[in-house]
Design a protein around this ligand. Structure first.
Ligand code: AR6
Length: 178
């Protein structure tokens, strides 16, 4: 799925966030210490190599909703933007922290002149955020931020599996067409 909204292309695909060769910055669903871990963080660190952990360590710890930027090391991407999503049921209000992740990642992208950015579905794995609610927060935040974007021209969501893709396509179509 691909839609144009306010001059920015927003798309959803299924795939691996660590294998997005045509994208300038990929977003990591990080832990506070910016260590490898599992899920998205594991995949990104494995593909990036030990240099990413070394560089990240100097920026840790980060707080829920915060975003920091590093180089991509051995990834095909120039940058990694690391976001700490909320742990569902613990970091309250979850909507605010999750929304902050998307807003702060886009802000960093703008500041670094990044033209394309790929997000995973932050907080919906180990951190337990229900995926539909998380997708609603993600697309509402993007809709709100998109009119002030000058550099970012492509926002891609990279989802794990068909169900996650279909859910995001439905939520994105609804929110971005209202
Ligand atoms: N590409 C795209 N999506 C993926 C990938 C991948 N390679 N791997 C998993 N997903 P998670 P969180 C999906 O757990 O909930 C880590 O251990 C996954 O199905 O990566 O923010 C960190 O170290 C889910 O829908 O991130 C933290 O401690 C979504 O990506 C903690 O987990 C996010 O799953 C962060 O938890």
């Amino acid at each position: 799925m691909k839609v144009m909204f306010s001059g920015v292309s927003v798309e959803c695909i299924s795939g691996d966030i660590a294998a997005q060769a045509d994208i300038t910055a990929v977003v990591n669903a990080a832990n506070a210490q910016l260590r490898p871990g599992g899920g998205v963080a594991g995949a990104i660190h494995r593909a990036a190599g030990p240099g990413l952990e070394e560089e990240s360590r100097t920026l840790a710890p980060i707080k829920p909703g915060e975003a920091v930027i590093t180089g991509g090391h051995n990834l095909p991407n120039r940058y990694v933007i690391h976001c700490l999503g909320p742990v569902y049921g613990a970091d309250r209000p979850e909507e605010k922290f999750l929304s902050d992740c998307y807003r702060n990642a886009l802000k960093l992208a703008e500041e670094h002149g990044i033209d394309s950015i790929a997000f995973p579905s932050i907080s919906t794995g180990a951190f337990g955020y229900p995926m539909k609610a998380a997708a609603e927060v993600a697309f509402h935040t993007i809709k709100e931020a998109i009119t002030s974007l000058r550099k970012v021209k492509l926002i891609r969501f990279v989802l794990y599996g068909k169900d996650a893709l279909v859910l995001h396509e439905e939520v994105a179509s609804k929110i971005l067409s209202d």
